[in-house]
Design a protein. Structure first.
Length: 341
């Protein structure tokens, strides 16, 4: 569903300023997270996990922005159709794609038994992504154009999408990265504005949002052993993780936006929005725990970080925006030119 709702037109139509903001909001938290690994590795990991894999994974976990959560926050505040809303969605979309690619790389390295296997996994991953976007997507676009002209979406088309979903998930699992990447890639190659994307989201939304999503959060909660974070030192480390994640995302996004010409208020609001992690972070963390790259203790700390940074977004954004609830779009538009989307 995240893939279906991801409008790749946003990533193609972005301006130079949004490119800078997106990259800064990935690079700085990634570097800070990898550096923090020097402190956390001897305390929260073992020699069974290579330091390189641990550092790369921690960097990725700091770099994630929750595109679905950010979109919902913008919609709830009536900002999704504003110029700043388009900028935030563009940056989040680019962030999501970049973070998923980084995570796929880290997973391939973590699951590989040697360098040769890692290179093979990365190579197959790149080849599969290229195949999906260069071969499958054009065919899908032509097929979708035909179905858009029909009065009703045939059940065979819906069944075909589900078969393709399972096949894509199995392909990425066979390659050596997680099955979730295959599901995301399939959703991403279907045009977000197409009828089939809208109807698939409509058909899936109730069962996903009402049943599967709460079950996933409950599953994550059951795996989160808060009791493992005990004592002043460990809570201090947890606070350092939260601060590092926030400084990296907020600082990188805000500084890049300010250097691109936005006002400090607009830049701060964008930085706060980009610090939203939510669902995407929990997916990343569960993958890391399954692969035993992170320990249950570090998993609990990172879950706390995800919850804190997500819960803090809306109230802090309200304070920065003021009671009017509107950002300075005129100046943002002058700085960034025509907004995408």
């Amino acid at each position: 569903m995240v893939g279906l709702e991801l409008d790749l037109g946003l990533t193609r139509a972005r301006t130079h300023a949004t490119v800078a903001i997106s990259h800064a909001s990935i690079v700085l938290p990634f570097l800070l997270g990898s550096t923090l690994a020097l402190v956390l590795y001897p305390r929260l990991s073992t020699s069974d996990v290579p330091f390189t894999v641990f550092a790369l994974f921690l960097g990725v976990s700091m770099s994630v922005t929750a595109f679905p959560v950010l979109a919902r926050i913008l919609t709830d505040r009536g900002m999704h159709r504003s110029r700043m809303g388009a900028i935030a969605l563009t940056c989040a979309a680019v962030d999501d794609v970049t973070a998923w690619c980084l995570l796929a790389f880290v997973v391939s390295v973590a699951t590989a038994s040697d360098v040769g296997v890692a290179v093979r996994t990365v190579g197959l991953s790149v080849a599969y992504i290229a195949f999906c976007f260069l071969v499958v997507r054009p065919l899908a676009v032509r097929l979708i154009a035909r179905t858009d002209r029909l009065e009703r979406l045939p059940r065979g088309v819906v069944a075909g999408v589900f078969v393709a979903l399972l096949a894509s998930a199995l392909a990425t699992e066979w390659i050596g990265i997680h099955a979730i990447f295959g599901a995301f890639i399939l959703g991403a190659i279907i045009p977000a504005s197409s009828r089939i994307a809208r109807e698939m989201v409509q058909k899936l939304e109730d069962i996903v949002v009402i049943l599967l999503l709460p079950a996933f959060f409950a599953y994550t909660g059951l795996r989160t052993q808060i009791g493992l974070v005990s004592g002043g030192t460990e809570w201090l480390l947890c606070a350092v993780i939260v601060a590092t994640a926030s400084i990296g995302k907020f600082g990188g996004s805000t500084l890049a936006a300010r250097l691109s010409g936005l006002t400090w208020r607009d830049s701060s609001a964008l930085g706060i929005l980009m610090n939203t992690r939510g669902l995407m972070e929990l997916i990343v963390l569960n993958i890391g725990l399954d692969l035993k790259v992170i320990s249950p203790r570090l998993f609990a700390m990172l879950v706390i970080m995800a919850v804190v940074t997500t819960l803090a977004t809306t109230p802090i954004l309200h304070v920065v925006q003021g009671s009017a609830g509107e950002l300075d779009e005129a100046r943002a538009g002058g700085a960034l030119g025509e907004a995408p989307g």
